[in-house]
Design a protein around this ligand. Structure first.
Ligand SMILES: [Mn+2]
Length: 312
C-alpha cells in the first residue's frame, strides 16, 4: 500500500495536506491512501465536516506500507513506528528549524520556510494543473489559516498569503467557519492531563531527546490555574523521565505563552526569551505568542553548548 501521512496526532495542516496530496496523485493515476496515526483534533473534524470530505482512516495492515509521502513533518522521531525510514519516498514540510533527514529511498524532499505545509501542497497543485476543487481549496486554506494563527502569527510568509488568497479566491474563509474552528480548538483542550499529551513532538539534540508539548488554543491559559495542572505536568515529566521535557501553553486569545520545564538545560537555553518565575515550578512567561517552531526549537542547538558549559 502507498500512503500519505503526517506525524502522530496530526493537526489540520497535516491532515488537509495529506488529503490534497492524495487527491492530486489520484488525478495523476496514482493510488496513495491518506492515513492518520493517532487521532484527529476537533478543529480538523470541524473543517472536514464543513467541506464534506470523509475522515481519513488509520492504516489496516501496517506490514503492507510500500511507500509513504510524509506531510508537515520530516523527523523519523515524529512518525508512527509503522512508517519505516525505508518506505519514505517524499517529504513536504516546513520545519526548517530542525535538521534535515536522510531517507534511503527518498525521491523528493522539500523542507521550506513557509507558515504551513498546505502552502507547499497548494503550490504543487498550481504547478501541476490549476486551483484545486472547492472542497480541497477550502481545506488547504483552513490548514494555512490555522497554522499561522489566522495569517497573523510569527511564521506567516508572502507565499502563505498568496496560497491562502488563491484557495479562497481572495475572499478569505467564511467567518462562521473561522469561529467554529476557534471554538473547536478551545473545546479540544479538555483536561490538563489530556492537553499535555495531545501535541508532543520529539527532537534529537546530540545524544539527547527533547520532548516539547504545545497547547495552542484561545483561552488555553486557564488550564494553568486549574488544580489538576501540577499533577498533569508531573505525569508528563514522569512519562518521559529519561528525556528533557517542556510544556508550553500558547493562549492565542490573550496572546501569551507560558513555558514549563524541569530541565535545567532547557531553562538555561530559553532564559533569553523572557523572565522566568520560580515557585513550585519553573515558568517562563512570554507576553506574546511564542511557538515551539519559531521560538523554542531554534534555540535547541545551544543545548549541547550549555551542557558543556555546565559540565554535566
Ligand atoms: Mn504545519
Amino acid at each position: 500500500m502507498n500512503i500519505v501521512t503526517s506525524y502522530v496526532n496530526p493537526d489540520i495542516d497535516g491532515v488537509a495536506g495529506m488529503l490534497a496530496v492524495a487527491e492530486l496523485r489520484r488525478r495523476a493515476g496514482e493510488n496513495y491512501r491518506p492515513v492518520v496515526f493517532g487521532s484527529l483534533d476537533a478543529e480538523t473534524e470541524v473543517v472536514l465536516r464543513h467541506v464534506g470530505l470523509a475522515f481519513p482512516t488509520g492504516v489496516g495492515d501496517v506490514n503492507s506500507i510500500e511507500s509513504a509521502v510524509v506531510i508537515d513533518c520530516h523527523s523519523p522521531l515524529q512518525l508512527a513506528s509503522e512508517v519505516s525510514p525505508e518506505s519514505v519516498v517524499e517529504v513536504i514540510d516546513h520545519h526548517v528549524d530542525q535538521a534535515d533527514e536522510v531517507y534511503p529511498n527518498i525521491l523528493r524532499y522539500r523542507n521550506e520556510l513557509v507558515g504551513a505545509a498546505c502552502t507547499l501542497v497548494l503550490e504543487d497543485w498550481i504547478a501541476g494543473s490549476a486551483r484545486p476543487p472547492d472542497q480541497y481549496s477550502t481545506l488547504l486554506a483552513a490548514g494555512i489559516f490555522s497554522n499561522t494563527q489566522g495569517m497573523t502569527g510569527p511564521s506567516v510568509t508572502d507565499r502563505d498569503r498568496r496560497a491562502y488568497s488563491v484557495c479562497t479566491q481572495g475572499r478569505g474563509l467564511p467567518d462562521s467557519l473561522v469561529a467554529e474552528m476557534a471554538r473547536a480548538r478551545a473545546s479540544d483542550i479538555g483536561s490538563p492531563l489530556a492537553a499535555v499529551f495531545r501535541d508532543v513532538k520529539a527532537f534529537a539534540v546530540g545524544e539527547r531527546i527533547v520532548r516539547l508539548s504545545q497547547i495552542e488554543a484561545p483561552g488555553s491559559a486557564f488550564l494553568i490555574a486549574k488544580p489538576e495542572w501540577a499533577n498533569a505536568l508531573k505525569q508528563f515529566q514522569t512519562r518521559f523521565a529519561d528525556d528533557e521535557t517542556a510544556v508550553s501553553v500558547v493562549d492565542t486569545a490573550s496572546e501569551t505563552t507560558d513555558v514549563f520545564t524541569d530541565s535545567p538545560l532547557l531553562q538555561v537555553v530559553w532564559a533569553r526569551l523572557g523572565e522566568a518565575r520560580r515557585g513550585s515550578e519553573w515558568v517562563l512567561h512570554i507576553p506574546r505568542i511564542a511557538l515551539r517552531k519559531t521560538d523554542l526549537v531554534p534555540l535547541l542547538d545551544e543545548l549541547e553548548t550549555s551542557r558543556q558549559t555546565q559540565g554535566s
